[in-house]
Design a protein around this ligand. Structure first.
Ligand SMILES: *Cc1c(COP(=O)(O)O)cnc(C)c1O
Length: 519
């Protein structure tokens, strides 16, 4: 390049986004109207759950995705190729070809729609578009995260002067980080030398797969995960924990970490935390509670008894994005002393666990995480908490539990329904089989066909999106009991009327299954 090729001062003086305020007006104002209309129609029963796609490829056409290939072929000169109107049309197409989580029939896995204050928080984060890694660039968001984490931690019984937590990109990352912290703090030499021992971790067979993934990611290997069987309620059989630890030691492993679950993914079971904590103390292991799903029962005076003993844990994962309508993602890893984040995740000297170096409060939050850039997810929880209040969150959790319990009690009285979950269900999901020919026993394979047929019909009717799952014990026992429905009652807009409609729809589509099979 010669000096002559250098861009002229005139060219450099060209502002590439000189109409920003106008663009905001052109794009955001109609989008807001469209969103409000969408929710209005949903509430009026005029907007369904969203289309069902048998073939993901169909969406390439509907969304006109090949346009992106065209852009590569003939680059568009003079700025953008799409007008504001066209952008809004694309916005609308995506909205109408997605799952409508605002719909009361959205009962799929473990979350529900957000809400107005959630949108507001997300918008603010986008406006600020900052990183909450260092205080300088995110002063307000940093102190908000610290304060809200401290309050959240105190709900779980972490009341010390340094109690708190940080957000991570979802429950899985919170869990993975807790394992990394356990290793760094219990065996500080691992920071320099890696896995100096064959570490073992212990978790129930019903726990979330992120525990196993954590073992893979940290180089322990999936074989280092010792799975403890569960009882008929899906709770860890704690009497088998100690013998399993002993067996692992005999095999040459060093016990490192026990994961207990508050609200298992399929059954919603809560493990016995007090008994587990005693064994962890005896073997000097870290005690983590994965409360990604059930952790927010802590907001309910009535339901938090399931979390009894949670304050004995060394760390707790809890996801406001699952039960509280906070926009995804928002997951906290809470600890009794938040100074350990820096200690475990910084590049500094490997201090000993019981010898916390007091550097004062850390305001550069990414010192305590393995990542660098981070979205300030805590803001979304903070604004929601301010808006609804602690009692608003309590009502939300209670309503969801009560609706789930109502559904379970109703179907327990109807022939053909076979509850897998307890009454009352331990969390917000209800697992059950439905046999449209109750006088004829169906095989596991037949039940799977029925479940899938009805779930698909519920979806294509536009009224319900429900999930189904194989019995998690089947992979252990090798016996196929068939897939059952797993319906999640999480949304504050689900009512008894909607529950009755769901039951009637399942029965109706069950009849259709019989006819379609007779053909
Ligand atoms: C959902 C869930 C997770 C994972 O959380 P994400 O935020 O989806 O990563 C972990 N454990 C349990 C018990 C869960 O239900």
């Amino acid at each position: 390049m010669t000096v002559d090729d250098l861009p002229t001062r005139d060219l450099l003086n060209k502002n590439l986004e000189s109409n920003r305020a106008q663009e905001l007006e052109q794009l955001l104002k109609p989008a807001v109207d469209l969103i409000i209309d969408f929710v209005k129609k949903t509430d009026a029963g005029e907007q369904g759950i969203g289309p069902h796609f048998d073939n993901p490829r169909d969406l390439y056409k509907i969304l006109d995705l090949d346009r992106l290939d065209e852009l590569f072929k003939k680059p568009v000169k003079n700025g953008s190729s799409d007008s504001a109107e066209k952008m809004i049309a694309t916005f609308r197409t995506i909205l109408h070809n997605s799952v409508n989580t605002w719909h009361p029939g959205f009962m799929d896995k473990l979350y529900a729609s957000s809400n107005a204050v959630g949108m507001l928080a997300d918008l603010l984060l986008s406006v600020l578009n900052t990183n909450s890694h260092v205080f300088t660039v995110s002063p307000a968001l940093t102190v908000i995260e610290q304060k809200v984490a401290q309050k959240y931690a105190s709900l779980f019984g972490y009341n010390g002067a340094h109690a708190g937590g940080l957000t991570f990109n979802g429950g899985s990352w919170s869990n993975i980080t807790s394992l990394q912290m356990a290793r760094s703090l219990l065996f500080p030499e691992t920071k320099l030398q890696g896995n100096v021992k064959r570490f073992a971790i212990y978790t129930s067979v019903h726990s979330h797969y992120s525990v196993e993934k954590a073992a893979i990611l940290l180089g322990l290997g999936a074989n280092a995960v010792f799975k403890i069987p569960v009882d008929e309620h899906g709770c860890m059989r704690v009497e088998l924990l100690e013998p399993t630890i002993k067996t692992s030691i005999e095999k040459g492993y060093t016990p490192l970490y026990v994961n207990a679950t508050a609200g298992t993914t399929v059954f919603g079971a809560f493990d016995p935390f007090i008994e587990i904590s005693q064994i962890c103390k005896k073997y000097h292991t870290w005690f983590h509670i994965d409360g990604s799903w059930g952790g927010n029962a802590i907001f309910s005076t009535k339901r938090k008894v399931a979390l009894k003993g949670c304050e004995l844990a060394d760390s707790i994962t809890s996801n406001p994005h699952k039960m509280l309508g906070v926009p995804t993602t928002c997951s906290f890893l809470l600890v009794p002393d938040a100074r350990i984040f820096t200690q475990a995740n910084s590049l500094g000297a490997p201090y000993l666990f019981h010898n916390i170096r007091d550097e004062g409060e850390n305001f550069d939050l990414a010192k305590g995480t393995m990542g660098c850039g981070r979205r300030a997810d805590a803001l979304k929880f903070y604004l929601g908490w301010l808006y609804y209040g602690t009692s608003g969150y309590e009502q939300r959790v209670d309503h969801a539990y009560d609706v789930g319990e109502y559904f379970a009690r109703q179907i327990s009285k109807i022939k053909g329904f076979d509850l897998v979950s307890d009454i009352p269900p331990p969390c917000l999901q209800v697992c059950f089989y439905y046999n449209p020919t109750p006088d004829k026993k169906l095989s596991g394979e037949q039940l799977t066909r029925v479940t899938r047929f009805i779930a698909r019909k519920l979806h294509t009717s536009g009224n319900f999106l429900t999930d189904f799952a194989p019995n998690p014990d089947d992979s252990v026992s090798g016996v196929d009991h068939g897939e059952f429905f797993r319906v999640v009652f999480n949304s504050p807009v689900v009512t008894a009327t909607i529950i009755d409609e769901l039951i009637a729809s399942i029965q109706k589509f069950g009849k259709e299954f019989i006819t379609s099979n007779e053909e």
